[in-house]
Write a protein that binds this ligand. Structure first.
Ligand code: NAD
Ligand code: GLY
Length: 373
């Protein structure tokens, strides 16, 4: 464990904050968090798995810095991003005495970050919160940028708010307890940054992906820092996604349909849906003549080597036919007047926003893609 860390600033005027990235930050969390608190008390929101491995350490570190804490421990998994769990969480935060000037801590993966962040956005019309992300996915993506929310029966993340955290503490040491499958799911979002806007980073990942999965801390630190720097730059330019921020959704229009079709279940994790969706975005771009042939195969080979699914046939169980998947895509938040928006590519690191993609082209692609062996 080291006592050094990297700092990536997110420049958003009076809502600016830092992302701290390093090993051993949880042990220093009390001292790092305390300056952001108006009184020496906080409520931690976490899930059962994170609580089992790491809650004592966080509470111990807070206590050493003179900060008392309560904890709300919720069931793990995507199903907690629901109206029911949001209601339960808000009531438990009120029961714990959270006041307008208090700060809560979201301590977990993207599910806890999105849910606790949304509760913070609406509780007493908005309280402060700090993100302590515990999955690779949350450290490189969901804890940064202020998107918070829950799912609706109509689709994913459809109920939510932009609410920026005060601070993000990404302790790389926490990833040691993360199951391999979850690490790979998070890796899909790391690869996404290279694929959407940084070819040199993707080439670097190609060379270093093995070390990352072997737990080499310097490699993980570099991957997380490059990812966070790109996300911070894009969020600073377009906080509420009126333009360039949509690029962060590479693979998501295809992927969200697959996630909905598999019921947001263990059949397909969010990061896995992004992996399959990114390969589809590359294949669709190839079919539209937008990028050179064979790029999709290179991307698929890279993601497969990381242990990710790269084709719909890798997803266990039946999927709806192409027309059904297209219907599920219509709930995508990027849709305008029912027309879908896709993030397509001209090459590795060259994603762009494509509006007005004809439904017939998407349907023909999905038909062809499902028969691909
Ligand atoms: P998750 O929060 O469900 O965590 C994955 C699993 O790992 C859970 O079972 C959790 O209990 C467990 N876990 C977490 N940290 C652990 C640790 N250190 N050790 C052992 N187990 C641990 O899933 P996720 O992949 O982190 O996040 C997915 C969610 O993030 C989705 O809901 C997605 O929509 C959302 N997301 C949001 C944004 C955003 O900008 N807000 C961006 C990307 C994804
Ligand atoms: N994960 C997409 C975004 O934050 O915009």
């Amino acid at each position: 464990m080291s006592t050094t860390h990297q700092t990536v600033p997110v420049a958003l005027g009076d809502r600016s904050y830092d992302i701290l990235i390093g090993d051993g930050l949880l042990a220093r969390a009390g001292d790092l968090v305390k300056p952001h608190l108006k009184r020496p008390h906080t409520v931690i929101v976490t899930d059962e798995n994170v609580a089992r491995h790491h809650l004592d350490s966080l509470q111990g570190s807070l206590s050493k810095a003179g900060v008392s804490s309560d904890a709300v421990v919720l069931p793990a998994g995507e199903k907690s991003k629901s109206y029911a769990t949001l209601a339960e969480l808000c009531d438990r935060l009120l029961a714990a005495g959270v006041e307008r000037r208090d700060t809560i801590i979201a301590f977990g993966g993207g599910v806890i970050g999105d849910l606790a962040g949304f509760a913070a956005a609406i509780l007493r019309r908005g309280v402060n919160f700090i993100q302590i992300p515990t999955t690779l996915l949350a450290q490189v993506d969901s804890s940064v940028g202020g998107k918070t929310g829950i799912n609706s029966p109509y689709g994913k993340n459809l109920i939510g708010a932009f609410h920026q955290p005060q601070l993000v503490l990404a302790d790389l040491g926490l990833l040691k307890t993360l199951p391999r499958r979850e690490l790979a799911a998070g890796y899909a979002e790391v690869a996404k940054y290279g694929l959407l806007g940084d070819r040199a980073f993707f080439d670097w990942l190609d060379k270093n992906v093995g070390k990352l999965f072997d737990g080499d801390l310097a490699t993980i630190a570099e991957a997380v820092a490059v990812s966070c720097r790109m996300k911070a730059r894009i969020v600073a330019e377009d906080e509420t996604e009126t333009g360039v921020r949509a690029l962060l959704n590479l693979g998501h229009t295809f992927g969200h349909a697959l996630e909905a079709a598999t019921g947001y279940s263990q059949r397909l994790l969010h990061g896995e849906s992004v992996a399959v969706g990114m390969v589809q975005a590359f294949r669709f771009s190839e079919k539209q003549g937008l990028c050179a042939p064979q790029l999709a195969s290179r991307v698929a080979a890279h993601l497969k080597a990381a242990g990710l699914p790269t084709h719909t046939s890798d997803i266990p169980g039946e999927l709806p036919p192409p027309a059904g998947l297209l219907e599920l895509m219509r709930q995508d938040k990027k849709a305008v007047a029912g027309r879908l928006t896709f993030i397509l590519v001209r090459g590795i690191g060259e994603a762009f926003i494509a509006k007005d993609v004809p439904d017939a082209d998407v349907l023909a692609f999905l038909e062809e893609d499902r028969n691909r062996t």
